[in-house]
Design a protein around this ligand. Structure first.
Ligand SMILES: O=C(O)c1cc(=O)[nH]c(=O)n1[C@@H]1O[C@H](COP(=O)(O)O)[C@@H](O)[C@H]1O
Length: 224
């Protein structure tokens, strides 16, 4: 089985991101480039990181009207990402158009409820029910829209997996048992997420901010 860990390269400097990717290359299955990286380094940065030789997950969390999101998807074809994120909250038509505009080999996955949110945030936003319920609702919508899968926390992935057998499930918000939560509210361990049916484990700071990132990546890999 291939390594399910995608390292989140949430670093402002391109040279530092490439150096970290090269260091941990043998202990992760892919590299995730998100908003911090893409806003700083754009297409050039993605091309440079791709030279490390691992699959690229472009985490752009697109969320706009269908026409605009479809145009953005077309603009990133040339980067040939393995995975791209959009927001399920953009609605069914946006998700359908995003998938139709994506490259043939790109998995399009929709963020359901961010792992930095909990039930009190749902109430504050006027969303009825729990974060768990909302994640399941949005996962159903993403499935109906024909997406490849979704992004959710390790708390919901088991329930979503039961309803969507062949879905592709990206789970961030992962922490080793003794790890610092930071801004993550719905965190689980990498092993718990894997056991519940995660296809991809997104891990950032527990590796990138560790004193010894290679040792941290190896330790997490050993728990899987
Ligand atoms: O789409 C994502 O990857 C994502 C969705 C989500 O709900 N929560 C979440 O943390 N992420 C991303 O996953 C990574 C988590 O980073 P760490 O908390 O440092 O492990 C970050 O790059 C986030 O942007």
């Amino acid at each position: 089985m291939s390594n399910p860990i995608y390292l989140a390269l949430d670093l402002p400097r391109l040279d530092a991101a490439i150096a970290l990717a090269k260091k941990v290359k043998g202990h992760v299955g892919g590299l995730k480039l998100g908003l911090e990286f893409f806003c700083a380094h754009g297409h050039h940065g993605v091309h440079e990181v791709a030279k490390v030789g691992l699959p690229i997950f472009l985490d752009l969390k697109l969320h706009d009207i269908p026409n605009t999101v479809a145009g953005a998807m077309q603009s990133i074809h040339v980067l040939e990402p393995a995975i791209v994120t959009i927001h399920a909250g953009g609605g069914r038509a946006m998700m359908e158009d995003a998938k139709a505009a994506a490259g043939e080999h790109t998995k399009v996955v929709a963020v359901t409820v961010l792992t930095s949110l909990d039930d009190s945030d749902m109430a504050a936003m006027g969303v009825g029910g729990s974060a768990h319920d909302q994640a399941l609702r949005l996962a159903d919508l993403a499935q109906e829209a024909g997406l490849d899968g979704i992004v959710c926390s390790g708390h919901e992935v088991g329930a979503i997996h039961k309803r969507w057998k062949n879905g592709y499930f990206v789970v961030p918000g992962l922490r080793p048992a003794d790890g610092k939560l930071g801004d993550q509210k719905r965190a689980v361990t990498p092993r718990a997420a894997r056991d519940a049916g995660a296809s991809v484990l997104v891990i950032g700071r527990p590796i990138s901010r560790a004193e010894d990132p290679v040792a941290a990546a190896r330790a997490i890999e050993a728990t899987l």
